[in-house]
Design a protein around this ligand. Sequence first.
Ligand code: C2E
Ligand code: MG
Ligand code: MG
Ligand code: MG
Length: 292
Amino acid sequence: HAKQCGRSGFSYFTRNMSERAEQRLAMEHALRRGIRNGELFLVYQPKFRLPAGTLIGTEALVRWRQPDGTVMMPEQFIPLAEETGLITQIDTWVMLEACRQVRLWEDENKSPVPVSVNVSLARLDMERLPQSVSAALQTTGIPASMLEIEFTESQMFAQQDQARTLLAKLKALGVGLAVDDFGTGYSSLNYLAHYEFDTIKIDRAFVSNLPSNPKHKAIVQAIIGIAHALGYGLIAEGVETLEEANVLLDFGCRDMQGYYFSHPLPAETCATLMDGRPLLVDFAAGSPCSDA
Ligand code: C2E
Ligand code: MG
Ligand code: MG
Ligand code: MG
């Protein structure tokens, strides 16, 4: 009986495996073709400074529109892109496209704000990243101060020395450097001691349900304290409610991003926010910030 079970289990397993391998391969081909055929596009999620709600930046987030119209989210193809190395092409394209967009906003007489791009370090390439950054800046002619790069901390730990050299090169180019999803890696503090970042981005995980979660409150306060002590900029991601925004503001974190303020937007929609007028965030009377 055991033998039978094992055998059928094995064939089921292998069929599943080869199906998955086939699917993966098909998707890799589709993605390779998609990159070549211009199927990637960017949306921009605004970042605001409270309490006024001034637009202070945007984050470029990649999407993949397949020929049948299906739009794939990064979580559905970035991991595969990282495994296959296609991520280098994607990140290079995103970098150039985001800089082009800033240039376009400038040319349209908008008041553009810096753009952030996410860079994967799964395929850490010491030469390519600084090269694609300076190429993007040169091609578009935008100042380096208009570009920020967001790194996910978990990916840097493996190659500390290389990562340090890489960050120094990028910093020398004049672009901003941010730690994305801060607090989720297992060596967050070690991180701050070893690398030179400009900004810490508090991960969404600590922001959600902030008002009712004492542990998250304590952690967020500690992160804010560290950022202030080290002279780093600070922004919270994933703010979904007014209550979360109020707690953050009360704790001294003024820069925020999240669905409460805005979902990621097409470039044209995002441009309508660039008229220099602050978003009117309606902080209810009696909220922590209203008497500040
Ligand atoms: P991330 O950099 O931490 O980006 C934030 C993600 O959270 C975005 O999802 C955004 O749409 C979503 N988000 C923003 N505000 C809220 C909120 O209030 N609530 C909730 N529940 N979610 C919110 P998205 O666009 O699906 O991107 C997911 C991740 O994919 C990004 O996380 C980033 O790590 C990666 N990614 C996106 N674009 C690129 C890219 O061009 N290159 C690379 N290497 N990675 C990218
Ligand atoms: Mg990010
Ligand atoms: Mg993030
Ligand atoms: Mg995140």
